[in-house]
Design a protein around this ligand. Structure first.
Ligand SMILES: Cc1cc2nc3c(=O)[nH]c(=O)nc-3n(C[C@H](O)[C@H](O)[C@H](O)COP(=O)(O)OP(=O)(O)OC[C@H]3O[C@@H](n4cnc5c(N)ncnc54)[C@H](O)[C@@H]3O)c2cc1C
Length: 397
């Protein structure tokens, strides 16, 4: 059995881990069935997470964060998987790992005051808007434009598959501020991308003119997650919302992917551990031919194989966490961890459904839902094909 208490975690991390587990068991897991069925989670849950200090674990105390090391974040992500709602945990991680850290890194004091402080409290929710109907992998050639007009940007375009999209207060939006993509600019298109913190409404709650949330996307899995299509028509946004430098957005996006891919890998490992534990429990209880199915050699060997592969994936992921925590460049290690864990979690889910027999196909069994949910992992946050491309480059191929 994979033991989460490894040398990376101190006693303090473990005390913190227990507090997350207790929150998850009390506030999240009991609502799992209801929120999955209704395909929505109340916005107030973000406030509850904020009150516990879970939304600013590694962010500076000055803005309401806890200023802790990355291992606290790892413990938080691992424990969050126990709510058994991959969709909702993804919503939370978009907020904590894909948006607020980059605002902290690149934002002005005014941006941090306006966005970071309420986001850490859970009073405001953040989304990340990169993918467009025309493409997600090819970030350099995105087409949503932000044209400067005096002290404003005029934003036009569309985004799709945006997690937290329909309830976000701020969307960290990747836009084209450079020349449009043409045959001449194709090769240099990545130098014309910027990040803008897009407020979806004003202080009175009135929607930003020209901004609209499109149809609700019916997904294969992750039903408790809010996934939306967004449209921007002549949206006027003050230039004070530009994050970092103009036209450096492509590099910011690539950098930001690291935290996103790492947290996805951490959660994939924790998810695999849960699936295997559940399956062993089921296999001990379920009898066939007069004995528990877990005692058939074929299952003992299959599970032994999966535990071995999980152990390797977990150690690679923790190694990437260690480098990330110490601010040591680790694009290769994170891409490898994302590739390995997202492929493996699909294999583990398929085997665990098989072990459950017909019950693995029945909705009330967690494994049925998890099998659907984990399908996203080789696609979201950069596909497996893109991970192999990055690893090939990083290894000099
Ligand atoms: C539920 C869900 C939530 C999401 N949340 C967000 C979010 O919050 N914010 C956000 O911005 N995006 C989000 N996404 C989008 C996600 O990141 C993209 O789906 C993903 O990046 C892939 O982009 P795409 O779907 O446009 O596929 P495409 O880029 O069209 O790729 C299609 C296929 O072509 C392959 N391919 C593309 N380029 C290459 C290449 N160079 N070499 C080899 N193969 C290649 C891909 O690997 C893939 O198999 C979400 C998606 C889903 C489904």
């Amino acid at each position: 059995m994979t033991n989460q208490t490894r040398s990376y975690f101190t006693e303090e991390h473990e005390i913190f881990r227990k507090s997350v587990r207790s929150f998850v068991e009390k506030e999240l897991y009991p609502h799992q069935q209801e929120w999955e069925k209704s395909r929505s989670v109340p916005k107030e849950i973000f406030k509850k997470l904020g009150e516990q200090g879970f939304l600013g674990i590694t962010l500076p105390e000055k803005y309401g964060g806890s200023g802790c090391d990355y291992w606290y974040k790892v413990a938080f992500a691992e424990e969050m998987t126990h709510c058994r709602m991959n969709g909702f945990t993804m919503d939370v991680m978009v907020h904590t790992d894909m948006t607020t850290p980059v605002i902290n890194r690149l934002g002005t004091e005014a941006q941090k005051e306006e966005v970071l402080i309420p986001a850490i409290k859970g009073e405001k929710i953040c989304a990340l808007g990169i993918t467009e109907p025309g493409g997600g992998s090819d970030v350099a050639h995105l087409r949503t434009t932000a044209r400067k007009d005096g002290d404003d940007y005029i934003i036009n375009g569309a985004k799709t598959f945006i997690t937290n999209g329909s309830r976000a207060d701020y969307i960290l939006l990747a836009v084209r501020t450079g020349p449009p993509v043409t045959a001449e600019t194709f090769q240099s298109a990545h130098t014309g991308v910027s990040f803008i913190i897009f407020p979806t409404h004003n202080e009175k709650g009135e929607k930003t003119p020209g901004f609209s949330v499109g149809r609700k996307l019916e997904k294969m899995g992750n039903h408790s997650s809010d996934t939306a299509e967004l449209s921007f028509q002549d949206c006027r946004i003050p230039t004070k919302y530009l994050l970092g430098e103009e036209n450096k957005g492509f590099y910011y996006v690539m950098n930001n992917f690291q935290g996103e891919r790492l947290i996805a890998s951490i959660m994939a490992c924790a998810g695999m551990k849960l699936m295997l534990e559940d399956s062993i429990k089921y296999g001990r209880e379920r009898q066939a031919f007069g004995k528990p199915i877990i005692t058939f050699q074929v299952w003992r060997h299959r599970l032994a194989q999966l535990f071995t592969e999980l152990e390797a994936a977990q150690e690679l992921t923790y190694r990437a966490c260690d480098l990330f925590n110490r601010d040591i460049p680790c694009v290769k290690e994170i891409s490898m961890a994302k590739l390995l864990t997202s492929e493996l979690v699909n294999k583990v889910a398929a085997e665990c459904v098989q072990l459950h027999g017909g019950y693995g196909y029945i909705e009330e069994y967690d494994i049925c839902r998890v099998y659907r949910d984990v399908r996203l992992l080789t696609i979201g946050a950069g596909t497996s094909e893109i991970m192999r491309e990055i690893i090939a480059k990083e290894t000099g191929l």
